[in-house]
Design a protein around this ligand. Structure first.
Ligand code: ADP
Ligand code: MG
Length: 291
């Protein structure tokens, strides 16, 4: 690889908001066979909005007060949506104590003297909360592509809240172009299977790994590498950073967490997948000129 052609490619990339760390990242990206994409914040806006509130045994304002109190302590994109949506719908201002974030699952803490947990089915399972009366509603919301979260109060199911996260306007064309470039596209998400499938179907992605933890994302990268594939992984979150580092090429959405950017060979400044298409074309063209 001549330093000159790589410099030219990097310059072109930078103008388009695609930052390529070094010559090695560019060369590796030209050889990538499989691309793993995180859903939330990568394929979607990552700015979900509250759509559904379904309390059990209390009114909606009470449920939302508990939800907002807990989520004020969280930095997750879901938390921002829930706090904003809850405040819009008249949640009271309460504080929480003993707040804990459970990575890839949800949040727990105490509000108004009660133990409150908010998160996915895995969190409820960990806490041994019986969600039998709510699971069917959660499934229906997920089939609409929404993220449904369970609320438990003092160990009992107390309702559901759901948010919807729009697919970025540029994502469908970018996925089509990446498929056309011959890349194997794989979606990886901590979100529930049904929600993930609804989004994947809309985008023509048929390989989906849902409900997986950050360590599972890491394992997925390893397993594809084990098949002899050269693997790129794109993500935005703190919990995506280990998988980005494990991949042959890590791609950070520039709008996401700084730690993701640090573990990346490529950074998409605008957080838009069109940048991956550009980077791939640039990488292929550069390598062709060199050989
Ligand atoms: P993704 O891989 O799609 O970026 P995460 O791994 O961050 O998602 O989260 C996975 C799931 O855990 C979410 O879909 C949600 O159900 C639950 N979860 C995580 N953080 C929170 C939170 N702060 N509040 C409520 N639920 C959460
Ligand atoms: Mg994410």
């Amino acid at each position: 690889a001549t330093p000159m052609s790589i410099m030219v490619a990097s310059g072109r990339g930078a103008n388009a908001g695609v930052l390529i760390r070094d010559a090695e990242a560019l060369e590796r990206f030209a050889r990538v066979d499989a691309l793993i994409l995180d859903k939330t914040g990568t394929l979607t806006e990552g700015k979900p909005t509250l759509t559904d509130v379904e309390p059990r045994g209390m009114d909606a304002a009470e449920l939302l007060t508990l939800v907002a109190a807990l989520e004020r302590g969280s930095e997750h994109p879901l938390a921002e949506a829930l706090v904003a949506g809850a405040e819009d719908r008249g949640a009271a201002r309460e504080d929480s104590s003993d707040f804990e974030a459970v990575t890839g699952k949800g949040v727990t803490g105490r509000v108004r003297g009660r133990r409150v947990a908010l998160g996915n089915a895995a969190l409820m399972e960990d806490l041994q909360v019986d969600t039998a009366g709510l699971a069917e509603r959660a499934a229906a919301l997920q089939a609409e592509g929404k993220t449904a979260m369970f609320v438990a109060v003092d160990g009992e199911a107390a309702g559901l809240v759901a948010v919807a996260d729009r697919i970025k306007a540029t994502t469908p064309d970018a996925i089509r172009a990446l498929h056309d470039l011959g890349l194997r596209i794989v979606m990886a998400t901590g979100d529930a299977e049904a929600t993930a499938r609804a989004v994947a179907t809309e985008l023509g992605i048929d390989e989906v790994h849902a409900g997986i933890s950050p360590e599972d994302k890491n394992a997925l990268v390893k397993s594809l590498k084990g098949e002899g594939l050269s693997v790129a992984m794109a993500g935005d979150g703190v919990n995506d950073a280990p998988a980005l580092a494990e991949a042959d090429v890590g791609i950070a959405m520039g709008t996401g967490a700084d730690v993701a950017v640090e573990s990346a060979g490529i950074t998409l400044v605008k957080g838009d997948l069109t940048g991956i298409v550009r980077a791939r074309r640039l990488a292929e063209a550069t390598m062709r000129n060199i050989r």
